[in-house]
Ligand binder design. Structure first.
Ligand code: ATP
Length: 325
């Protein structure tokens, strides 16, 4: 039982053809398939693991294109449902020259928001060794109820629950609502991964010191991770905690680094769940996940740059001179 089942949104990001412009200034946009939970499933599969995606797509050209991307990457599509009456979600995204990200979402409502609990592939979810999800699927009904039900089914069937909130503040009605809803399912997760930005958003404190991270720790958790971009990540388990630096690479586009990191780590955990209790094994797995995150930043887009087994070996072989101190 090594299947990772990922639940949530799959959509198309439209990114400017040139760097550092606002959405209004962009001369043209490229289609970049994405959606964090779908990226995670593809990351697991690219690394040789079993993965499936559960979510809803529009019964349109883009929805069928996304389903084909899952299939071409070896991700089980038994949990994918199509909606004849709603479009696949679109997001226009840019990183402006001043470092600010601009988003414009077309979700009014999009197909992913319309998944119902009745449409869940219960048998597939019950086969998960790890059930992974984010928080975007919590924003609107009926998807929210479907999300909560899927978590329940997976937990009852003995899966580990993995949560990467993937905060998209612009999609929530307010800052406070986002915080409350993201934390409303905090206690159920066995594995939680947050970025530095999410740590600050959830705690209200701009610091990655242990005492701040511990505000997000729960006794029911098995692993809490804080990813720190090119600095690697910090890990917190029941009996130990520490930090693992990443690998030095030529960064081109960081989109999808977090998803590659999560996918790689989950792949290792389903292969050997004892790594959650064994610090030496866990650190090895985190190094692997860091390498996969690092590789993802060396190419444009999320899905095209998610590493394969062969590529990850390349980075792991870049030993001392390239490692961060
Ligand atoms: P995103 O939401 O953009 O996908 P994230 O904020 O969730 O990403 P990051 O901290 O950016 O996650 O990246 C995840 C992991 O990938 C890091 O912990 C690190 O190991 C690796 N990584 C990311 N950026 C770099 C980089 N520039 N150089 C080396 N490793 C990196």
């Amino acid at each position: 039982r090594e299947l990772v089942v990922s639940f949530g949104e799959m959509l198309i990001d439209f990114v400017p053809t040139v760097a550092g412009v606002s959405l209004a200034e962009a001369p043209a946009f490229l289609k970049a398939p994405g959606g964090a939970p779908a990226n995670v499933a593809i990351a697991v599969s690219r690394l040789g693991g079993g993965a499936a995606f559960v979510g809803k797509l529009g019964d349109d050209e883009f929805g069928r294109m996304l389903a084909a991307i899952l299939r071409d990457n070896g991700v089980g599509g038994g949990g994918v449902v199509f909606d004849a009456g709603a479009r696949t979600a679109l997001a226009f995204v840019t990183l402006r020259a001043d470092g600010e990200r601009e988003f414009m979402f077309y979700r009014n409502p999009s197909a992913d928001m319309l998944l119902t609990a009745d449409e869940l592939n219960v048998d597939l979810i019950k086969r998960a060794a790890v059930f992974h999800y984010g928080s975007i699927s919590l924003i609107a009904e009926p998807c929210r109820t479907a999300h909560l039900r899927a978590m329940e089914i997976a937990k009852e069937a003995g899966a580990l629950l993995s949560y990467d909130p993937n905060l998209r503040e612009a999609l929530w009605p307010s800052h406070e609502e986002a915080r409350t809803q993201i934390l409303s399912i905090w206690d159920q997760a066995d594995i939680v991964k947050v970025s530095e930005v999410e740590l600050e958003f959830l705690t209200g404190i701009d610091s990655v010191e242990d005492d701040v991270v511990m505000k997000l720790w729960r006794p029911t958790m098995k692993l809490l991770l804080v990813t720190l971009g090119d600095q690697g990540c910090k890990y917190y388990a029941r009996d130990f905690h520490g930090a693992v630096p990443s690998f030095k690479v030529q960064q081109v586009d960081t989109t999808g680094a977090g998803d590659a990191f999560v996918g790689a780590l989950l792949r290792r955990i389903v292969k050997d769940p004892s790594s959650l209790q064994d610090e030496k094994k866990l650190v090895e797995s985190i190094k692997f996940a860091n390498a996969c995150g690092a590789i993802t930043t060396t190419k444009k887009g999320a899905i095209p740059s998610l590493p394969t087994e062969a590529e990850k070996k390349r980075v792991l072989h870049l030993t001392c001179p390239f490692c961060l101190p």
